[in-house]
Design a protein around this ligand. Structure first.
Ligand code: UN1
Length: 503
């Protein structure tokens, strides 16, 4: 058995489902074909949505803590399969094994969070202005939730959404990236195992896959029976999905592109800043929505600190992501490599000085797109970069005034993640105050990527405004009922309105 066959077998993947289909899947490690998966047709999509509605109608009436039990079992199964699923993530999307395992851990963490939440779907009680009246808020399941996920987090982002949606009483339909359907099939196989262990009150079709291209995804996006669409991906994708969902008065949870920056202040612990920046910029080969793309370094420490970064860029271990010790794996495909080249060319045209860049290991992996991460010093007139290129390019700028650095950090269309390294309390508090970073994530003395599941995850502006994962993000997967109960023998109207209809 080849390594991939071993992984497939360990996860209980049906060999038949992985061959003979019309969607070919290639491992970014060496460009080898690892599967050919069957795509769903428009007719299948219709059936899947109808089945999801039926599953929802049964699941919504299962008590929430019992729903939590299913998610608890799923978390248990994920623990049992962490190694194999982590390897599959690495095989299919190319991130290093440590990060593949980290992604599965993120799934386990959100399952734990959701299990606790299943006993805490609290509503408010509200004092009424009328005598002998009570007001309360009741949270009800919303309906089938459509989840669209990207190649770079092929399992964790689905889990953030699915674990919450399931305890909230929703059914889920998952449209994974066309580049990573095999991990989705594996998650589904493990989910079916969980349903089996759980018992008969998990309805058939509670979680389903919708595999295919944009057009198949669009069927779900346009369908009124799917009240919530959670979409993770590029701003361009969100610009299509958001208005289409809004047009039918659905709710979308959008988690789109980022253009994340770190400010390094003169008082910073430079060892921490160094670690945080390198992990943020070259980790996942620059393919996280939270990847550090820009750094603003104070003029007084610029030469020394940027020199240290450049040195580190010269000795990063680039290679097979399954091998221990590798820090930078391949880009997802040729297109990603070409986009990186294009961005570097543009930077040079604008006076950027590039360290690194270019293809790596091309001889060893002619069909794998490994690159040398690039650090680009933006000197001269260009004082910002507005586009997100999904590749390891770190643009470095210098600053003199902290307010100016924060303003430049904010002066981009996206608003996902941001960080400052400083030991100056005032600077740190300014960074996180209302006039500071305008991002959904604003960190102090940690980098931009690698958020924990406990916080609400997402960002502002072209990042889409959605929040997933922790805190009170669960509310987006439910509908809210405000209920006023009158326990008197009179019917006073609110706002003191007199409306005497007589007898
Ligand atoms: C993404 O890239 O879409 O904060 C999600 C992080 C991860 C999630 C990234 N926990 O980097």
């Amino acid at each position: 058995m080849t390594q991939e066959q071993e992984i497939f077998a360990a996860l209980g993947l049906d060999r038949k489902a992985l061959s003979g289909g019309d969607l070919e899947v290639f491992s970014p490690i060496d460009g080898a074909k690892i599967a050919a998966v069957k795509m769903h047709s428009a007719k299948d999509a219709e059936k899947i949505i109808a089945k999801s509605v039926k599953a929802f109608e049964a699941w919504r009436s299962v008590p929430a803590p019992r729903r939590g039990e299913l998610v608890r079992i799923y978390g248990e199964i994920l623990r049992e399969n962490k190694e194999a699923l982590g390897q599959l993530v690495t095989l299919e999307c190319g991130k290093i094994l440590q990060e593949g395992l980290g992604e599965v851990q993120e799934m386990i963490d959100i399952c734990d969070f959701a299990v606790g939440l299943s006993r805490q779907l609290y509503g408010l009680t509200i004092t009424s202005e009328r005598p002998a009246h009570k007001m309360r808020e009741i949270w009800h399941p919303a309906g089938p939730v459509g989840i669209i996920s990207a190649f770079n987090f092929p399992v964790a982002v689905w889990a953030w959404n699915a674990a919450l949606a399931l305890v909230c009483g929703d059914s889920v339909i998952w449209k994974p990236s066309e580049k990573t359907p095999v991990t989705a099939l594996a998650c589904q196989a493990l989910f079916l195992q969980a349903c089996k262990r759980f018992g008969t009150d998990a309805p058939d079709g509670l979680s389903q896959l919708l595999i295919g291209d944009r057009e198949i995804g669009a069927i779900m996006v346009d369908d009124q029976r799917v009240p919530v669409i959670s979409a993770t991906g590029s701003c361009a994708m969100g610009r299509i999905v958001g208005p289409r969902v809004a047009q039918r008065f659905g709710r979308s949870i959008l988690e789109l592109g980022g253009n994340n920056a770190i400010i390094v202040a003169p008082s910073a612990d430079l060892d921490l800043a160094f670690q945080g920046i390198v992990f943020g910029a070259v980790g996942t080969a620059g393919q996280r929505c939270t990847t550090t793309r820009r750094v603003f370094v104070h003029k007084s420490i610029y030469a020394k600190f940027v020199g240290r970064l450049k040195k580190a860029y010269g000795k990063l271990s680039i290679g097979n992501p399954l091998e221990a010790g590798t820090l930078v794996g391949p880009l997802i495909d040729k297109q990603a490599y070409e986009n990186m080249e294009k961005a570097l060319k543009a930077a040079k045209k604008h006076g950027g000085v590039v360290t690194g860049g270019g293809r790596a290991l091309a001889k060893q992996y002619p069909k794998g797109y490994y690159v040398n991460p690039a650090l680009v010093e933006m000197k001269g007139k260009v004082d910002n970069v507005h586009e997100e290129t999904f590749a390891p390019i770190l643009y470095v700028f210098s600053y003199t005034d902290i307010k100016d650095a924060i303003a430049r950090q904010n002066a981009v269309p996206q608003g996902l993640s941001s960080a400052i390294f400083t030991n100056d309390l005032r600077e740190a508090e300014v960074f996180t105050c209302e006039a500071g970073s305008d991002c959904g994530i604003a960190n102090v003395n940690i980098g931009t990527s690698g958020a924990e599941i406990g916080g609400a995850f997402g960002g502002e502006k072209e990042t889409g405004g959605g929040r997933e994962s922790g805190s009170d993000s669960w509310k987006a997967y439910m509908r809210r009922v405000t209920s006023t109960v009158n326990y008197s023998d009179k019917l006073p109207l609110a706002q003191g309105i007199a409306f005497n209809v007589g007898d």
